[in-house]
Ligand binder design. Structure first.
Ligand code: HEM
Ligand SMILES: [Cu+2]
Length: 557
């Protein structure tokens, strides 16, 4: 029994230099969250007809919302979180040289973001966060984005180099699970962003400066979605890291396995990149065979997803049984339901079930025709990104921030965090479910309020859009509550007498060590590129060969 006894973890503290770097990344993510929330509130009220905005303001806000939340908030939060776990599991502090690189990445990204936000604010760049050509933004918008991408590569180097140093010093040992997963997440990010970097640097920047007169629209969108879909997994994998590695410690249990999560992460890299065409099913210029192939590859992602569900439920059961639970479901009662570090991420796991179902619908070749570019899609990604991922990130911040600031997670913060989670669930229910329904009834996404000249079909949409307005307002309140807790944990909660533990789940010592071939990165990266070539090479060659005349820039707002 001694092996299985629950030992109280020792507290962990970051060095001042490390916590400043992580807090810098998290700080920017919080500012972006606030900006995005204000834009989101105005949007949802406009769509419900509660307020009326000039259309050009609507599209400006929509661009700001997407860029601030989907690009800035997520990327900064993820880098901060990954740094924290890499530091914790690979020796307790970062090398000075790595930390310097981290800061260089931070400033490159931040300068890029300031440029892009300026370009949005002066009304020159309302091209939404997908910046589809031939809509043309100010060149500085694209230059800003390019800096963010390249800055993020620089920002990722400390993760790779800390890992490489550890492996060198611990030959023949499997790396700590968190570090392995952080490396996998960044490998995925670097491979995925190659596509958008090529689009921005070789197509959008020269064209927006006027150095070339027109752009190959089809190619640019293909490069965008080569990146746009794995982007979704870049958001999701850090949430999975928390579920797989940290939550087992929070629920006082053990990891179900140390090998299975490594395999799922490798499968996510393999399966998530060569599938971008499922966002282009309605587009000309790609034959149905290639679209169909990518739809099939898309569906393969269900495999590692179900493996994850299985492993996490198993972890919960193990935790309950280690604490003496009896009967088939007795372990459910043993879970720490009043602990915000568990409960809020638990909400996010539950919401992943309907969210995933919506994803399978969108990715199905024929069903996509019904929901394509409707509010169904918006409803879907507010359940996936804005709930599953975001609530898990909120759960992470509730313990990570006190660890970084040397403060305590008080009962007050814990309870306010739980209230926040409940408000979010209610808000998302009132906003996203109606969005799914009204989408099937034909309401488009990305369009300001319109009565469409009083057409009868549009009358049906009204109650759903009104409900979305109420739900969106609750989400806005949820973000304010979250930021309140964050500020409290950063500056006001009492200083900790002894630091809290950084929760890292352990594997039962009776299990075998994970096989080392899972860490043969050249093999996995090589395989990924092979799959990418199969899925993309021929259709892209055809796209270039049969390209219609390119398009000059167009301004739609
Ligand atoms: C205050 C909370 C929020 C509200 C009220 C809100 C509301 C909305 C609405 C109404 C739209 C659709 C607009 C349209 O298609 O015309 C939208 C789009 C979007 N939202 Fe949110 N949202 C919120 C939070 C979030 C969060 C937390 C995220 C992600 C982290 C997010 C990500 C997005 C993205 C990526 C889009 C698509 C933008 C585009 O189509 O270009 N939202 N949001
Ligand atoms: Cu996708």
């Amino acid at each position: 029994m001694t092996d299985n006894a629950i030992k109280e973890e020792k507290g962990f503290s970051f060095t001042r230099k490390d916590s400043s770097l992580i807090l810098a990344f998290l700080g920017v993510s919080f500012v972006a969250l606030l900006l995005g929330a204000v834009a989101g509130l105005l949007q949802v009220l406009e769509r419900g007809g509660y307020i009326s905005l000039q259309p050009q303001w609507y599209y400006l806000l929509l661009t700001l919302h997407g860029v601030a939340l989907a690009l800035i908030f997520t990327t900064y939060f993820i880098i901060g979180f990954l740094y924290s776990g890499v530091i914790k599991t690979l020796g307790g502090k970062m090398h000075d040289a790595d930390r310097r690189t981290g800061w260089i990445g931070f400033w490159m990204m931040t300068i890029g973001i300031i440029l892009a936000l300026f370009a949005i604010a002066n009304q020159s760049s309302s091209v939404l966060y997908t910046f589809y050509a031939p809509m043309k933004a100010s060149p500085w918008f694209y230059v800003g984005l390019a800096l963010v991408v390249v800055g993020s590569w620089v920002g990722g180097t400390p993760i790779f180099s800390s890992y490489a140093k550890w492996r060198k010093a611990n030959k023949g040992q499997p790396s700590p699970l968190f570090a392995f997963m952080a490396v996998a997440t960044f490998v995925l990010w670097v491979i995925a962003t190659l596509g958008v970097a090529i689009e921005v640097v070789f197509q959008l920047i020269p064209w927006s400066f006027g150095w070339v007169s027109d752009i190959d629209v089809s190619l640019s969108r293909t490069l965008f979605w080569y990146f746009g879909h794995p982007l979704v997994y870049f958001w999701l994998l850090p949430a999975y890291i928390y579920w797989y590695v940290n939550i087992p410690a929070v629920v006082k249990g053990r990891l179900f396995s140390d090998s299975l999560p490594r395999l799922t992460f490798i499968l996510f890299i393999l399966y998530s990149i060569p599938v971008g065409f499922h966002h282009q099913l309605m587009e000309p210029g790609i034959t149905s065979f290639w679209k169909f192939l990518q739809v099939i590859l898309t569906m393969l992602v269900v495999v590692p997803s179900l493996m994850t569900v299985f492993a996490i439920l198993a972890t919960f059961e193990i935790a309950g049984r280690m604490q003496g639970a009896k009967g088939r479901f007795g372990w459910v009662k043993k879970l720490p339901w009043n602990d915000v570090r568990f409960l809020v991420p638990f909400f996010s796991m539950v919401m992943f079930i309907p969210a995933g179902a919506g994803g399978v619908i969108s990715a199905s070749y024929q069903l996509d025709q019904v929901v394509h570019n409707t509010l169904f899609i918006t409803g879907h990604f507010h359940m996936t990104l804005a709930t599953t991922v975001v609530l898990t990130f909120f759960g992470i911040s509730y313990w990570l921030i006190p660890l970084l600031t040397g403060r305590t997670l008080t009962r007050f913060a814990n309870n306010l965090g739980i209230v926040q989670g409940v408000v979010w669930l209610l808000g998302i229910f009132l906003m996203s479910v109606p969005m799914h329904i009204v989408g099937v009834l034909g309401a488009p996404r990305r369009s300001a309020f319109s009565t469409y000249a009083g057409h009868p079909v549009v009358q049906e949409w009204k109650p759903y859009l009104l409900s979305a307005g109420v739900g969106g307002t609750l989400l806005f309140i949820g973000i304010l509550l979250y930021l309140w807790v964050v500020l409290y944990l950063m500056f006001f909660s009492p200083k900790a007498e002894k630091p809290m533990p950084y929760p890292i789940g352990r594997v039962d010592p009776k299990y075998q060590k994970p096989p080392l071939f899972l860490e043969r990165w050249p093999v996995w990266i090589g395989l990924t590129f092979a799959l990418i070539l199969i899925a993309y090479l021929w259709p892209v060659l055809q796209m270039i060969q049969h390209a219609p005349p390119g398009s000059p820039p167009i301004r739609t707002w």
